[in-house]
Design a protein around this ligand. Structure first.
Ligand code: SAM
Ligand code: DTB
Ligand code: SF4
Length: 336
C-alpha cells in the first residue's frame, strides 16, 4: 500500500545521514508533546500508524558465550540462572517458527550466544533453519555474533531477511559494558552484513547507567549509517541476577519514549522496535512508545532467555488501543 512508501519524493528526500549531536540533543530533549508530535509526523509519512509488526524470538543456542557483555545473562563470565543449551535442531526451530506464524508474527528471529559464527555442520544447520523459516512465508532474522564475508554471503543466499547486531551504546561508553570486543569490531560486522545484501537490524539498550549524552552518541552512530539500518531495536535493560548490571537503577520509561521518538525522527523509514523491557512497562507507557513511533514488538512469553508479556496480554492491549498486528502482506512491503 502506498502509505508504506514515502508519501512524496520530498518525504524520501528527508532521509538524512548527517545528523549532528546538537541536532539530536535538540530533538531528544525538547518538550515531550513537541517530541511526540514531530515523531508522529515522521511516522505518518512512512508507515501505517495503527499497525505493529509482531516478531518472535528464539534462542537457538543458549548460554556459555565467551564475550563479557555486562547486561547479558548468557555470558560465560557471570553466574546466572540460564541453562546452557547446544544448537537446536532444524525441526525444533521450524516448529517454533510455525507457532510464531500461528500467533500472528511475520518475522522470526533466531539468536545464538556465539561470539563468532562457527564453521561446518552448525552453520549449515543455521542455513537450513533460515531456508525453512522463509519457506513458511516469514521474514527471517539471525543474530549470531561476528561473521565472515563468506558466511554473510551464504546467509544472503539462504534467503535471510535481516541480521541483528546491536551497537548497544556509544563508542565512549562501550568499554564500561564490554571488554572482550571493540566498537570497531561491531561496525566491521555491520559493514559485512550491509555488503552481503542482507538488511541490517541494529539498535541499542538504555538503562545501563549511560547519560543522555551517551544516548545522543548512539543515535548519531545509527542515523549516520548510510543507508540507515532498516530495523532499529530499542531495548530497555532487563536486569538479570548474576550480571554486573543486576542492581542498576530502573530506567524512567519516559526516557525509552524519548529514545524511540528520536530514532523515529532521525531514521523515519526504519522499523523501530520496542524490544526488551516491556514487562516493566505499564499499558500507558507502551501506548506512549507506539505514539512515539515504535512499530514492532517481540511477542510471546520469552525473549531469548528472559520473560516477556503473554500473547493474550498483548492482544488485550492492542484491542484497548484500537491497534492491530501488521498483516503478512504489509510486512512484505516494508522491505520491498
Ligand atoms: N551474541 C550475539 C550478539 O551479541 O550480537 C547475539 C545475541 S545478543 C543476546 C542480542 C542483543 O540482545 C544484544 O546485543 C543486546 O542488545 C540484547 N540484550 C541482551 N541481554 C539484554 C538484557 N539483559 N536487556 C536488554 N537487552 C539485552
Ligand atoms: C534485540 O535488540 N533485542 C532482542 C533481539 N535484538 C535479539 C534480544 C533481547 C534479549 C533480552 C535478554 C534475554 O532475553 O536474554
Ligand atoms: Fe554473548 Fe551476545 Fe550475550 Fe554478548 S550479548 S554475552 S555476545 S550472547
Amino acid at each position: 500500500m502506498d502509505t508504506l512508501k514515502p508519501a512524496t519524493p520530498a518525504a524520501a528526500a528527508t532521509l538524512r545521514h548527517d545528523w549532528t549531536l546538537s541536532e539530536i540533543e535538540a530533538i531528544y530533549s525538547q518538550a515531550l508533546p513537541d517530541l511526540i508530535f514531530q515523531a508522529q509526523v515522521a511516522h505518518r509519512a512512512h508507515h501505517r500508524t495503527n499497525e505493529v509488526q509482531g516478531c518472535v524470538l528464539l534462542s537457538i543456542k543458549t548460554g556459555g558465550c565467551p564475550e563479557d557483555c555486562a547486561y547479558c545473562p548468557q555470558s560465560a563470565h557471570y553466574k546466572t540462572d540460564v541453562d546452557r543449551q547446544g544448537l537446536l535442531s532444524v525441526e525444533a526451530t521450524l516448529a517454533a517458527a510455525q507457532n510464531a506464524k500461528a500467533q500472528g508474527a511475520t518475522r522470526f528471529c533466531m539468536g545464538a550466544a556465539w561470539s563468532d559464527i562457527p564453521q561446518g555442520e552448525q552453520f549449515e544447520r543455521v542455513l537450513d533453519m533460515v531456508r525453512g523459516v522463509r519457506a513458511l512465508g516469514l521474514e527471517a532474522c539471525c543474530t549470531l555474533g561476528m561473521l565472515t564475508d563468506e558466511q554473510a554471503a551464504a546467509l544472503a543466499q539462504a534467503g535471510l531477511t535481516a541480521y541483528n547486531h546491536n551497537l548497544d551504546t556509544s563508542a565512549e561508553f562501550y568499554g564500561e559494558i564490554i571488554s572482550t570486543r571493540t566498537y570497531q569490531d561491531r561496525l566491521r560486522t555491520l559493514d559485512r552484513v550491509r555488503r552481503s545484501g542482507v538488511t541490517v537490524c541494529c539498535g541499542g539498550i538504555i538503562g545501563m547507567g549511560e547519560s543522555r549524552q551517551e544516548r545522543y552518541r548512539l543515535l548519531r552512530e545509527l542515523s549516520t549509517l548510510n543507508p540507515h539500518p532498516e530495523s532499529v531495536p530499542v531495548n530497555m535493560l532487563v536486569r538479570v541476577a548474576g550480571t554486573p548490571l543486576a542492581d542498576q537503577r530502573a530506567e524512567d520509561p519516559l526516557e525509552l519514549v524519548r529514545m524511540i521518538a528520536a530514532a523515529r525522527i532521525l531514521m523515519p523509514r526504519s522499523m523501530v522496535r520496542l524490544s526488551a523491557g516491556r514487562l516493566s512497562l505499564s499499558d500507558e507507557a507502551q501506548a506512549l512508545c507506539f505514539l512515539a513511533g515504535a512499530n514492532s514488538i517481540f511477542m510471546g512469553d520469552k525473549l531469548l532467555t528472559t520473560p516477556n508479556p503473554e500473547v493474550n496480554d498483548d492482544r488485550r492491549l492492542f484491542d484497548k488501543l484500537g491497534m492491530r498486528l501488521m498483516p503478512a502482506e504489509a510486512a512484505d512491503q516494508v522491505h520491498a
